[in-house]
Design a protein around this ligand. Structure first.
Ligand code: SF4
Length: 103
């Protein structure tokens, strides 16, 4: 086997390995999200904080344009959880009146 062929095989394997890393990360994240049930819309605390699953529907004067759970300081990206709602995941595009800008 020539050195060129070996190098080509190495490069192809390296490319495949590198391209699967984000896929594996996505699968792991999906599994982490699957571990938590979504916050029910009838949750009393969620209702008190005006939680919605789609920030584009918010009519609250407290809403800041562009804010959503994904860019909230209280959002736990690894699990999709929110520290205000233990045991539940919230929608990344969701929003509630407790939103705090992520630092
Ligand atoms: S506190 Fe932040 S992450 Fe939690 S529901 Fe409200 S906007 Fe979403």
């Amino acid at each position: 086997m020539s050195e060129t062929t070996n190098r080509r095989r190495f490069l192809i394997r390296a490319a495949v390995a590198v391209s699967t890393v984000p896929l594996m990360g996505g699968l792991l994240r999906q599994n982490a999200h699957a571990a938590l049930p979504m916050l029910p819309l009838h949750n009393a605390q969620g209702k008190a904080l005006q939680y919605v699953e789609d920030a584009s529907t918010v009519k609250s004067p407290m809403f800041k344009e562009g804010s959503d759970c994904a860019n909230c300081q209280l959002f736990v990206a690894d699990t999709g959880a929110c520290v205000l709602f233990p045991g539940f995941a919230v929608a990344e595009k969701g929003w509630c009146s407790a939103w705090v800008v992520k630092k």
